[in-house]
Design a protein around this ligand. Structure first.
Ligand SMILES: CCCCCCc1ccc(S(N)(=O)=O)cc1
Ligand SMILES: [Zn+2]
Length: 258
């Protein structure tokens, strides 16, 4: 049986097949703002995304993701806490069955209804898979979602949901600009962590934005209409696809802001 988020294959069971689940730099974490230290050496994030690199949107049975062409330096992340050039590979989300939960990172114990992850890999390595096995291989920008105003940019993604309702479905998705999903203020916390799903590799420099973006309650409800299950299987709503916070194990969390 493969991993998931149910009672029998969820986060509490992942260590059975992925012992790194109990490793020293696991993600997500609870960000205790008062315990984070301002680092004036941290640079502003430099995100440059080219909408023409946007390829497709797919339901992979754990979340939905939008994938990008990463054969050139057209869509990249630079500066911030990282050195070198990291290329955007994909973005995806995690969310809850109700608005009181769903994010992976929490802030002073507060859960947001959803969290966006923009996944980038270090171009000092040959490709994403190679980079995913290196301690400085990946950089993921996390953005919290809160219920509020309707989000026109997210609506373009939501409009594609009927085509990817079930696990394994995908469709072309062109010309989307991920910059349109970023908050106005790019203040962030950063720490060394891991992938938040199996294989839970400890290769991620996490960059979590302080300011959330908004979407309407109706838009959030549409996320919950996606399915973990494949066409023809008993329908299982794609909700609560988040891992809870993991032990900090002595790690420090730095802030780019005072
Ligand atoms: C060698 C294959 C590794 C595939 C890893 C795919 C993956 C990407 C990002 C995240 S997340 N939630 O930490 O952003 C989890 C998993
Ligand atoms: Zn994620």
């Amino acid at each position: 049986m493969s991993w998931g988020y149910a009672e029998n294959n969820g986060p509490d069971k992942w260590a059975d097949n992925y012992p790194i689940a109990n490793g020293p730099r696991q993600s997500p974490i609870d960000i205790v703002s008062g315990a984070s230290s301002y680092d004036k050496g941290l640079k502003p994030l430099k995100l440059k995304y080219d909408p023409s690199t946007c390829l497709e949107i797919l339901n992979n049975g754990h979340s939905f993701q939008v994938t990008f062409a990463d054969d050139t330096d057209s869509s990249t992340l630079k500066d911030g806490p990282i050195s070198g050039i990291y290329r955007l590979k994909q973005f995806h989300f995690h969310w809850g069955a109700s608005d009181d939960k769903g994010s992976e990172h929490t802030v002073n114990g507060t859960k947001y209804p959803a969290e966006l992850h923009l996944v980038h890999w270090n171009t000092k390595y040959a490709n994403f898979g190679e980079a995913a096995s290196k301690p400085d291989g990946l950089a993921v920008v996390g953005v919290f979602l809160q219920i509020g105003a309707q989000n026109a940019s997210l609506q373009k993604i939501i409009d594609a949901f009927t085509a990817i309702k079930a696990k394994g479905q995908q469709t072309t998705f062109a010309g989307f600009d991920p910059s349109s999903l970023l908050p106005g203020c790019l203040d962030y916390w950063t720490y060394e962590g891991s992938l938040t799903t199996p294989p839970l590799l400890e290769s991620v420099t996490w960059i979590v934005c302080k300011q959330p973006i908004s979407l309407s309650a109706d838009q959030m409800a549409k996320f919950r209409s996606l399915l973990f299950s494949a066409k023809g299987e008993a329908e299982c709503c794609m909700v609560d696809n988040y891992r809870p916070p993991q032990p900090l194990k002595g790690r420090s969390v730095r802030a780019s802001f005072q």
